[in-house]
Design a binder for this molecule. Structure first.
Ligand code: AKG
Ligand code: FE2
Length: 413
């Protein structure tokens, strides 16, 4: 009889799991840096969301993090040279490094803003009428914008026809994240009167001790924003304070106060993923719209499941750049498809890493995966038109090396 060794018995294993015996328990259970942020800054707390029936009825606590104004009107901040709207790359770089955000002036022209504004407002209304509006504690979000208007495709790929300042924005993002960064999601964040302020948070969910950001968020106000209508709340410089604290295993002490970002519609605000921020309070009757277009290191799992959610016609017409940005280019460590993609770098239009053909085949109902094979497989089974065969043949035909296994150079750290 084949007896399973006792050491593999779940009850036996459980008996060996005692307090203090587990590897990395201290590291994995750490709630830093937010634990000490909350302990040492009582004005920062979670405002419980309200349901529709109680919309607008929440307790505003004077002195809380959201009880604030713009930097130029704030007594603590008004002489501190906070980020200013600029097209000067050096100013933008230094704002980003020092304060954790920068403001690219007129990144969208007034016409470009109005195209997006109209589409967002119509979609928001449509989703409400359809009974599928995605309500948030602050208002309403429109998720997966990629499927909801061609202008959003251009917004994600920073195409000059949709984002006149796209080239400058991309240069800054590349400097912050390294090359071959990808998009995590594109969401319209609508803040409405009566909503509660979002909890202050960091978008970067991992490696909070990192010395450079692994994620950034491109916030694009589509309505002017300020302290009256829920301009995004930020604590300038918190990206450094919090990451330094985690790296040095110290607690975060008293933080400076939050401010509302003020910006004209069409400004693009790049925020470092480690910066503390949240949606502010809209005190006006008009919806406040900010597009949230997060970008990230290509090895981090994306917020939107682009492989499944993007409409077939969008995948079909997507440019190589848009495909790459949505994550349809594999690297050794991410998104290889049946082995196709090993040795690839994740760059745009790289045949050895392109996985879009698999998705397109699936859309046609023709994706044939390689399954169980062996010496007794029939001739027909062995000669089956596996999609992998096709994709690899195309990659080879392009004179590029076929999937070869790990060994390529890493483009990103
Ligand atoms: O709506 C905003 O201003 C910011 C929203 C945000 O930070 C988020 O949803 O992660
Ligand atoms: Fe956020």
């Amino acid at each position: 009889m084949n007896l399973i060794p006792t050491e593999f018995d779940p009850a036996y294993i459980a008996s060996k799991v005692t307090a203090g015996s587990q590897m990395y328990s201290v590291e994995l259970s750490s709630k830093d840096p937010m634990k000490s942020v909350l302990e040492n800054n009582p004005e920062i707390y979670f405002v419980p969301p309200k349901r529709s029936s109680e919309w607008g009825q929440w307790e505003f606590k004077p002195g809380a993090y959201y009880d604030t104004t713009t930097g130029s009107k704030h007594p603590y901040w008004n002489d501190k040279d906070l980020p200013i709207p600029s097209k000067d790359i050096n100013r933008l770089r230094s704002d980003m490094l020092k304060w954790g955000y920068c403001k690219i002036e007129d990144a969208l022209s007034p016409d470009q803003v109005s195209t997006i504004r109209q589409r967002v407002l119509e979609q928001a209304e449509g989703e409400r009428l359809a009974g599928i509006a995605q309500k948030t504690p602050s208002g309403q979000n429109i998720n997966c914008c990629i499927n909801k208007g061609q202008c959003f495709e251009g917004l994600i790929e920073q195409s000059p026809s949709v984002v006149q300042g796209g080239a400058l924005v991309e240069q800054l993002v590349t400097e912050a994240l390294g090359s071959n960064w990808i998009c995590t999601s594109l969401i319209a964040s609508i803040s409405l009167k009566g909503g509660v302020p979002q909890a202050l948070h960091q978008d970067q969910d991992i490696a909070l001790d990192s010395r450079s950001p692994l994620t950034i968020n491109i916030l694009t106000p589509i309505t002017d924003i300020d302290e009256t209508n829920g301009g995004t709340l930020v604590i300038p410089g918190s990206h450094l304070v919090l990451s330094d604290a985690v790296r040095n295993q110290k607690s975060v002490d008293k933080l400076p106060p939050a401010i509302n970002i003020d910006a004209k519609a069409g400004t693009m605000i790049i925020t470092d993923g480690r910066l503390l921020h949240s949606t502010g309070i809209n005190h006006t009757e008009s919806p406040r719209i900010v597009m949230l277009n997060g970008m990230q290191h290509p090895l981090i799992r994306q917020q939107e499941n682009w492989m499944l959610s993007v409409k077939p016609e969008v995948v079909k017409r997507a440019s190589p750049k848009l495909l790459q940005r949505m994550g349809y280019q594999a690297t050794n460590a991410a998104q290889t498809n049946e082995g196709h993609g090993f040795g690839a770098s994740g760059s745009i239009d790289e045949a050895t890493g392109s996985i879009a053909e698999f998705r397109l085949a699936a859309d046609r109902g023709e994706y044939l995966r390689v399954g169980e094979l062996g010496p007794s497989s029939t001739e027909q089974e062995l000669k089956a038109p596996f999609t992998l065969r096709d994709v690899v043949a195309k990659a080879r035909a392009g004179q590029q090396s076929a999937p070869v296994g790990i060994g390529g150079t890493k483009i990103n750290p």
